[in-house]
Design a protein. Structure first.
Length: 156
């Protein structure tokens, strides 16, 4: 039971940290449901002010959702490296697969083992690594697929 409480506190702190430092996450009322080094799950509630012309979530809102999920897993996986490197998104690609309606959820996973990325940082390099994101609507259908390439830029 003790571990569950600790994990919840960690998840909250990453969600709170992103909400505090990334105003767009607050603006869209993103909900950080799960944040671990293995997986980040972030939800975008159904809000009419962020709809598109067909009544679903706007493409820009879905992009921000996916990018925020990628940021959450990067913080979870590399939070212990923040004293020596800053995480930055290098590039992003998104494909809109199906019409999204209602609330949507983004699930992000690391495309490379975190140990490999840290080993590059240890070797004095500036590692780049992909984060893959699936965006799903409530019925489970994948409405979007996204890849964000991140780097850890060494300080100094």
């Amino acid at each position: 039971m003790g571990n569950i409480a600790v994990m919840s506190a960690d998840q909250m702190s990453i969600g709170e940290m992103l909400a505090a430092t990334v105003p767009m996450a607050r603006t869209l009322n993103l909900e950080f449901l799960e944040t671990s080094p293995e997986k980040a799950v972030v939800a975008l509630p159904d809000q009419s002010e962020y709809h598109n012309h067909v009544g679903g979530p706007h493409a820009g809102a879905m992009f921000t959702l996916g990018e925020s999920a990628s940021g959450a897993i990067v913080l979870a996986a590399f939070g212990d490296q923040l004293a020596r490197a800053v995480p930055l998104a290098v590039s992003a690609e998104i494909a809109y697969k199906k019409l999204a309606m209602g609330a949507v959820t983004a699930t992000a996973t690391l495309g490379r083992p975190a140990t490999e990325v840290v080993a590059q940082l240890d070797a004095g390099e500036r590692p780049e690594f992909p984060v893959t994101i699936e965006i799903r609507r409530a019925d489970g259908a994948v409405t979007g697929e996204m890849t964000v390439v991140w780097t850890l830029r060494p300080n100094g």
